[in-house]
Design a protein around this ligand. Structure first.
Ligand SMILES: [Cu+2]
Length: 470
């Protein structure tokens, strides 16, 4: 291909990229003479880009180039964030598997946590036996997109940046020079970076009425018990392959939270504790009920009453998230490091948008965090929090010797699911225990078990059940 033709293809490719990814202001006229029909906004477009050999980024160097050497010796704290790109088979609801793509064998990928002003050194390694190249685009960075180049199997690449803005930020695979980016992200290659504000988080104010007509303000320390929830969709063929046609039509086959449909609902152990029978379900849908699911067995999120809880929430997907907690009010909504709302019922997240929700669970009970889009709820976006001891289990658990004394949350007996808990930050309250839960490969789950930092509930529950039923 001569230089002139090659340049035309690049222009056309950029036009198509703009149209395909960002909603087009390009018209057929503007790219007339090219072989791509812009009225065909479907899978064919991606196929044509593929046949052209990918997209070449020709955008100007809009942001300052960063150099790892300079940044590493800048005196700032440096975080070495290493990821691998791995295609693996992972389970979906209903006993089948799908062809997932992962960062480091987990969906979502590992969470990066830094403080505003720190340097991030992002290294992506693609193993020799991986079937495709991958890239990594971290939304916490502000560097030329050309830094997110594709990395081929058997290669390693890195870039560095200063995390200048506080907040929660998506990171995701950028495909092979943008080819297949949709497939890679919607098959599991996404995660978050949490950038803690340089001066820490703010204390939480909750308005309370006194009953005598006066308004009271209750303040909670900035330290909070933290969770992370990442929303996404799966678009799959019956064989478990990515279905681009379904994606273009927004016909998702599953709504996932941290990679799984209904990953945080009761299981057989909770049935036993509450109903005295492992087979008597306490929730309408318990697809990951049995011990045989190991790291995939559903687990609940346990919090104390009157405790400051901080949720890091990211919409990784292709559909909006109407975040709501059934039975609770979102006491504060923060985006970046700015308060957006307080005492609100629901907050909307568009695609690739995140927020920090601060709240206090006022009464003992079970609360479902949902994407308040009924299609999303019914296809997987229901996550159950249990606050305090709503089922009156403390006396039983103490009497049977499972716990030595009454506890303020069931996390002291069962732990909280590891994939829903971010790394510790500057205002984090440590969870009493963490159990191994998540869309992890068996290798990742065994490494976690071997570390001794996590509880393997599939081994502990039979022992506890024995005690409770004896
Ligand atoms: Cu990828």
């Amino acid at each position: 291909m001569n230089k002139r033709v090659s340049m035309l293809f690049t222009i056309a490719a950029v036009a198509v990229m703009g149209a395909t990814l960002f909603g087009s202001t390009y018209t057929q006229t503007q790219i007339s003479g090219q072989s791509i029909d812009m009225t065909q906004m479907d899978v064919d477009v991606l196929d044509k880009i593929r046949h052209m050999g990918g997209l070449q980024l020709v955008m100007p160097e809009a942001f300052a180039e960063t150099d790892c050497g300079v940044l590493e010796s800048s005196g700032r704290t440096v975080h070495d964030f290493q990821l691998t790109g791995e295609s693996v088979e992972l389970p979906i609801m209903g006993g089948k598997t799908y062809n997932a793509m992962t960062f480091s064998g987990t969906v979502p990928g590992p969470t990066l946590r830094v403080t505003q002003g720190d340097v991030v050194k992002m290294t992506l390694t693609i193993p020799d036996d991986e079937v495709t190249g991958h890239g990594n685009d971290m939304h916490a960075s502000q560097i030329s997109a050309s830094a997110f180049e594709s990395v081929n199997p058997g290669e390693t690449s890195q870039y560095c940046y200063i995390a200048e803005a506080a907040g929660i930020f998506k990171y995701h695979c950028s495909g092979v020079k943008l080819i297949g980016m949709d497939q890679h992200v919607l098959s599991g290659m996404y995660g978050i970076a949490i950038v803690d504000p340089a001066n820490g988080y703010k204390k939480l104010m909750v308005e309370k009425t006194s009953g005598s007509g006066e308004l009271d303000r209750k303040f909670y320390d900035a330290d909070a018990l933290e969770f992370q929830l990442q929303y996404n969709q799966l678009y799959l063929t019956p064989e478990g392959n990515y279905d681009a046609g379904a994606m273009f039509k927004h016909h998702n086959t599953a709504t996932v939270v941290n990679g799984m449909q209904f990953g945080y609902v009761p299981n057989m152990a909770h049935n036993l504790l509450v109903n005295g029978d492992v087979n008597k379900n306490i929730f309408v849908a318990q697809p990951w009920n049995g011990l045989e699911h190991k790291q995939y067995q559903s687990q609940l999120l346990f919090v104390e009453n009157d405790q400051h809880v901080r949720l890091f929430i990211e919409n990784q997907g292709n559909e909006p998230v109407f975040f709501h907690i059934v039975g609770e009010i979102l006491d504060r909504v923060v985006q970046g490091n700015r308060v957006q709302s307080a005492a609100t019922e629901t907050w909307l997240l568009g695609g690739s948008q995140g927020m920090i929700v601060d709240l206090v669970f006022d009464e003992p009970g079970a609360y479902a965090a949902v994407n308040h889009d009924y299609a999303a709820i019914y296809t997987g976006a229901a996550t159950v929090f249990v606050a305090g001891d709503p089922f009156g289990l403390n006396p039983v658990l103490v009497e049977k010797g499972v716990i030595p004394a009454p506890v303020p949350s069931y996390a002291y007996a069962l732990g909280n699911p590891s994939d829903a808990v971010p790394p510790m930050g500057m205002n984090s309250i440590a969870h009493p225990a963490l159990n191994i839960h998540g869309l992890y490969t068996d290798e990742v789950a065994s490494e976690m078990q071997a570390s001794g930092d996590y509880v393997a509930l599939w081994e502990v529950i039979p022992v506890v059940a024995e005690i409770l039923t004896s």
